[in-house]
Design a protein around this ligand. Structure first.
Ligand code: NAD
Ligand code: UDP
Ligand code: UDP
Length: 335
């Protein structure tokens, strides 16, 4: 199902015509020990590039990239991107971010970290890709969301530091692009799930899956009628790589247009894991967006990209990873 990028080998390691002798790229992935980052690193390593992961392990885990340790093409640096760093690279995938609701709070990573990575891009002439978010649309008044929509964000709410942090990061990226001629790429990522997701960081898919496996009730916040669109991680990684290699700045929505209410999601989790799993209603968080669904026409047209894994196909892949990790955890704690 994976579509080949121009400069990629196929499953059998054959190099498609016309790309022999392709120069190995030096690539930094900030946040590369995290959920999305580690899957991206797998693809870049598979392609034969030289990959440096910069991560402070705030929510990421060394286990996610352990299988590359010892490979001369791979390097892992424990570093907080809020501090400057000197590296010589061709491309920067900037994913470092306190990315889950439980970890938002105040954290300068989105602003200061992004500034440092743009400074690095400027100094060495690297191409810079920012992983922004659908949260820049806030509680959207347009549905589905198109990239030209400016959003509806509360500047002083509980989730503002994430939303506004990413909005500022986009502003900085565009200023460096216009002012210093940096090649930038901006992806606005919609809710993504898959293996290696943090088990307890409070996002809805990981919560429901962990709860069903632990035989706990699924916690639905509010009336459960709010919607989200869930994208499988391999689709996202394909989109990020196409964006980086392509000629368009963006921003591009990268998400799966399949839209589900939280009650529908709970139902899919029940079907996949345990039909008898109970549902428990909890008060919703403040400023929770009512609806979210990407319009991906721009990515389809300009990147030739669209997701190919449905929720019902992707969820079981995540469940087997969660089952293994939860089981290993319970063995460690003697449970
Ligand atoms: P994640 O928490 O698994 O990954 C983030 C990584 O960044 C972690 O490894 C963490 O340790 C690292 N990090 C955090 N602060 C850092 C700092 N100051 N210095 C160095 N490293 C730091 O989250 P993810 O889901 O993989 O998200 C990756 C990116 O994609 C983030 O920028 C996030 O905002 C964006 N995104 C993700 C989703 C999603 O649904 N997963 C949706 C929209 C946007
Ligand atoms: N920076 C960095 N690595 C580099 C180059 C710059 O971390 O290789 C940081 C630098 O410390 C600064 C930020 O990026 O805080 C912005 O750099 P820029 O050169 O754009 O701004 P200036 O230093 O001129 O204010
Ligand atoms: N949510 C839920 N139960 C949970 C966790 C989240 O019903 O255990 C809801 C949450 O209120 C929101 C939606 O699921 O409406 C998506 O939440 P998440 O934090 O995963 O992503 P985001 O709000 O950033 O899109």
């Amino acid at each position: 199902r994976r579509v080949l990028l121009e400069d990629q080998t196929d499953k059998k390691g054959r190099v498609p015509l016309g790309i022999k002798g392709r120069k190995q790229k030096r690539i930094v992935v900030t946040g590369g020990a995290g959920f999305v980052g580690s899957h991206l690193v797998d693809r870049l390593m598979e392609r034969g590039d030289n990959v440096i992961v910069v991560d402070n392990f705030f929510t990421g885990r060394k286990e996610n990239v352990l299988h590359h340790m010892g490979n001369p093409n791979f390097e892992l640096i424990r570093h907080d991107v809020v501090e400057p760093i000197l590296l010589e690279v061709d491309q920067i995938y900037h994913l470092a971010c306190p990315a889950s609701p439980v970890h938002y709070k105040f954290n300068p990573t989105n602003v200061v970290g992004t500034l440092n990575m743009l400074g690095l891009a400027k100094r060495v002439g690297a191409r810079f890709l920012l992983t922004s978010t659908s949260e820049v649309y806030g509680d959207p008044l347009q549905h589905p969301q198109v990239e030209t929509y400016w959003g509806n964000v509360n500047p002083i709410g509980v989730r503002s530091c994430y939303d506004e942090g990413k909005r500022t990061a986009e502003t900085l990226a565009m200023d460096y692009h216009r002012g210093a001629g940096i090649e930038v790429r901006i992806a606005r990522i919609f809710n993504t799930y898959g293996p290696r997701m943090c088990i307890d960081d409070g996002r809805v898919v990981s919560n429901f899956v962990a709860q069903a496996l632990r035989k706990e009730p699924l916690t639905v916040y509010g009336d459960g009628k709010q919607t989200r669109s869930f994208q499988y991680v391999s689709d996202l990684v394909e989109g990020l790589m196409r964006l980086m290699e392509g000629e368009h700045v963006g921003p591009f929505n990268l998400g799966n247009p399949g839209e589900f209410t939280m009650l529908e999601l709970a139902q899919v989790v029940q079907e996949t894991i345990d039909p008898n799993a109970k549902i428990e209603f909890r008060p919703n968080t403040e400023d929770d967006p009512h609806k979210r669904k990407p319009d991906i026409s721009r990515a389809k047209e300009l990147l030739g990209w669209q997701p190919s894994v449905s929720l019902r196909e992707g969820l079981p892949l995540m469940v087997s990873d969660f089952r293994q990790r939860l089981f290993a955890d319970s063995k460690l704690s003697g449970g």
